[in-house]
Design a binder for this molecule. Structure first.
Ligand SMILES: *[C@@H]1O[C@H](CO)[C@@H](O)[C@H](O)[C@H]1NC(C)=O
Ligand SMILES: *[C@@H]1O[C@H](CO)[C@@H](O)[C@H](O)[C@H]1NC(C)=O
Ligand SMILES: *[C@@H]1O[C@H](CO)[C@@H](O)[C@H](O)[C@H]1NC(C)=O
Ligand SMILES: *[C@@H]1O[C@H](CO)[C@@H](O)[C@H](O)[C@H]1NC(C)=O
Length: 177
């Protein structure tokens, strides 16, 4: 879910090197809205800051069994110069991300992170609690060069053309002192 951001970064600059990163990724704010109560019994997200790192926890309970969910993700970035860049705006089948056997490298990276921090899996089952536990973005997994600035991500989940939930994330890339 949140880890979609990862995919975005990998799309901008492709290439992971091993030298220590000189930046930190900080999440300032995560807001959930427009939850469809007919589909989602619960969708709660908690953000916490610990040891210079932002951690995300989440709990999700669906009301019925289903697998057709699409996720639209848009990512905007403002460099210090204040010019807005739209880095990413795409709609994808949410289950594609979770499919272990998917060939696309980007999807695999994302799916790996999801499996690591959550027990969400497709098809989604009713009345189970799916959780994300202490998800964080390891700067070492990101490209070695990312400009400083602030970003906003919008993730919209829909099922059968109907909005199921909207998640807004605000964060920033700051220098590691
Ligand atoms: C957090 O960052 C501050 C300032 O960069 C640094 O002094 C401190 O040691 C860091 N703490 C941890 C746990 O890395
Ligand atoms: C998986 O989680 C562990 C523990 O939080 C972490 O050390 C590791 O880097 C994570 N791996 C991936 C691929 O996210
Ligand atoms: C989920 O739980 C509710 C309330 O206990 C029940 O009415 C419903 O049939 C359950 N749904 C499924 C698919 O098990
Ligand atoms: C996911 O993990 C949570 C907490 O570890 C657990 O309570 C829940 O039953 C798990 N859900 C599924 C569908 O396995």
């Amino acid at each position: 879910m949140i880890a979609v951001l990862w995919v975005c970064w990998f799309l901008i600059i492709n290439g992971v090197r091993t030298e220590p990163r000189n930046f930190r990724l900080v999440l300032d704010d995560i807001i959930v809205s427009d939850r469809d109560p007919d589909l989602m019994e619960k969708l709660e997200v908690q953000l916490s800051q610990r040891n210079n790192r932002s951690y995300v926890d989440a709990q999700i309970i669906f009301k019925r069994n289903f697998k057709d969910m699409s996720a639209r993700t848009a990512l905007d970035f403002w460099k210090s110069s204040n010019t807005k860049m739209r880095l990413y705006d795409v709609r994808l089948d949410a289950c594609l991300f979770l499919d272990v056997s998917h060939k696309n490298r980007l999807f695999n990276i994302y799916a790996k992170a999801l499996r690591n921090y959550s027990n969400l899996s497709c098809p989604f089952k009713a009345n189970f609690t799916y959780t994300f536990k202490q998800l964080y973005f390891d700067e070492q997994e990101l490209p070695s060069f990312i400009p400083l600035g602030v970003f906003r991500a919008l993730i919209e989940y829909s099922t059968k053309q109907k909005l199921s939930a909207r998640i807004k994330i605000r964060g920033k890339i700051v220098p590691r002192l």
